[in-house]
Ligand binder design. Structure first.
Ligand code: CA
Length: 340
């Protein structure tokens, strides 16, 4: 009798366990269905199709968002609160985490800088937007081994998430594409591809990511590599658009991972006419972009006034001139995608 009762209790507990499991299973499915309404839920795994950036269904898309400032100098914005505001109020579909490498960055404080990037990446995953993991360096070829360690670790941790975009070299200086940048890029890409076979990788180009036409006839052998084009509308004008147009005509996918409404120094005046020419160029060519940058530093390209110290909830009178312009433009361009 005792044995029978024991068996019965065991069966009862087992049945309860199965019921609980199936309940939590269906809850899990519901959660996934809800999260499909995020930007990454809608667009999914990115890839390059017919020289354009494409969503999971192969349709051409453009991501538009903001770059954070150097992580070692503006780490307070590398958090969910700020990024959620940039998604909900500014309508960013992508955030760039600009991890400083030199000048007190990753080379000196690798654990701390990794942690800051991780905080931004985790926030973007949670919020369902894309995130660029940017090796924000001007001397990548001197830091090859450190870059390999970093990209191996972060691609092993996040390579399964469609949210992730790797930018492996922000702005090379005046060095050769063929002799310096391409060999560096191929080593880093091989490292990443062991962990992540398919996510988009952005490669810097010579001269602060301007000489995009140097890549023509000498591209990297990988299906999902884009090349970065950077510009500041107060300095870089028609001559740079001509170079970019040559690269695009040659079948190269450009990604504007950094552009600003100032001169190249970060200061100077905002040139509205030139800014409009650039935004027309990007839209005409369906280019993705991140604007520089989220900071309250006293410079023209900074989107916050120096007196603005809050991490989110910025009112109109707390934004710089550049901040007001770029917020309006982001909302205009991205709003439909959020509403779909
Ligand atoms: Ca992947």
């Amino acid at each position: 009798m005792g044995l029978y009762r024991q068996k019965f209790i065991k069966l009862f507990v087992f049945t309860l366990f199965v019921i609980l499991l199936s309940c939590s299973d269906s809850e899990g499915i519901n959660e996934n269905e809800n999260s499909d309404n995020t930007i990454v839920g809608k667009l999914g795994q990115l890839s390059i199709q017919n020289t354009k950036l494409a969503d999971k269904n192969g349709n051409p898309i453009a991501l538009r968002g903001m770059s954070l400032f150097w992580s070692q100098w503006a780490p307070n914005y590398y958090n969910t609160e700020t990024i959620q505001w940039l998604r909900d109020d500014w309508k960013c579909t992508v955030i760039r985490a600009a991890m400083g490498v030199e000048s007190g960055g990753y080379l000196e404080n690798s654990d701390l800088e990794y942690y800051r990037v991780k905080a931004a990446v985790d926030a973007c995953i949670e919020l369902g937007i894309y995130v660029i993991i940017d090796w924000h360096d001007h001397h990548g070829e001197d830091h090859l081994e450190s870059a390999k360690v970093f990209f191996n670790k972060i691609s092993a941790e996040y390579g399964n998430y469609p949210n992730i975009i790797y930018e492996i070299y922000n702005e090379p200086l005046d060095v050769s594409w063929k002799e310096v940048i391409k060999p560096y890029a191929e080593e880093i890409i091989t490292t990443i591809r062991k962990n992540d076979p398919n996510n988009l990788i952005i490669v810097g180009t010579p001269n602060w990511s301007q000489d995009v036409n140097d890549v023509l006839n000498n591209t990297i052998d990988d299906d999902n590599v884009a090349y970065s084009l950077h510009f500041y509308t107060g300095t870089h004008r028609e001559w740079l658009r001509t170079k970019a147009a040559q690269a695009i005509a040659g079948g190269i996918l450009l990604f504007v991972s950094e552009w600003g409404l100032s001169e190249a120094s970060g200061n100077g005046n905002i040139d509205i006419t030139e800014t409009n020419l650039w935004t027309d160029f990007m839209e005409g060519n369906n280019l993705s972009w991140c604007n520089w940058s989220i900071t309250n530093k006293d410079e023209i390209s900074a989107i916050l006034l120096p007196s603005t110290t809050s991490l989110s909830g910025w009112k109109e009178n707390e934004l710089s001139e550049a901040g007001k312009i770029i917020r309006d433009y982001l909302i205009k361009m991205n709003n439909d995608l959020f509403d779909q």
